[in-house]
Design a protein around this ligand. Sequence first.
Ligand code: PMP
Length: 284
Amino acid sequence: RTVYVNGEYLPETEAKISIFDRGFLMADGVYEVTSVIGGKLVDFEGHSARLQRSLNELDMANPVTMDELLAIHRALIEKNQLDEGGIYLQITRGAPADRDFAFPDPDETPSSLVLFTQVKNLVNALAAQKGIKVISIDDLRWTRRDIKTVQLLYPSMGKMMAAKAGADDAWMVEDGKVTEGTSNNAYIVKGGKIITRKLSNDILAGITRAAVLRLAKEAQMVVEERSFSIEEAQEADEAFVTSATTFVFPVVEIDGKAIGSGEVGSVASRLREIYIEESLKTAL
Ligand code: PMP
């Protein structure tokens, strides 16, 4: 694979970042994952807008312009002949001369920028046909989950807890209500209504969430933005998750209890179809 590191395109084995990089030492960085279908980017505009917001919230500089960022994405797709998968982008607060809690002067220490491609079956993902099983766990993350930082230790632990329990993923719960999945937004369907937590600092504003809710409303489906508990989810007709690299995955089991019929639900399937159709049309 050819990867991008601070202005250079290099074979992945030759790409290097300093051991003093604050991403490495302090998880002082933000990221985005943009999916690619048919060699084109899905909702690059949404991802770049959220990236800028994450950077602003952390007072971190973007080392390139958004136009340059788009050109780098396109160059990596081209160099790696990527047809379907994702592009991972990370900006960290660079590598000062020594380790220090205080932010370095941005004029002396520029941010680091890294991008690489990942091949993955998105449209024909197995989980879309089978659905996924989730467990619930306490949400032990910090409370600025609206910023897409690279602090992913707890979500990683959540995926490990899920695997240990024979499940595919975990939904996190705070004050008795589901916040989100370890790497996706969480939804239930009840009486035809699509229910998902409203945006706040408690969850990440998913780019896929925004698109799916817009498409649902355009298709005359009813959307209710509010919190729900695991117990309510277990009694729902359907449940599902959304993210850039899963699109829409049905959830067929929560903490060992089958949801609805225990089969993939019709609302989740329809939303997945509409979302893919729209993405194929609008990818750039
Ligand atoms: N919540 C969390 C915690 C995530 O990590 C992700 C994936 N980045 C999402 C939600 C979904 O966001 P998106 O649709 O932009 O991928």
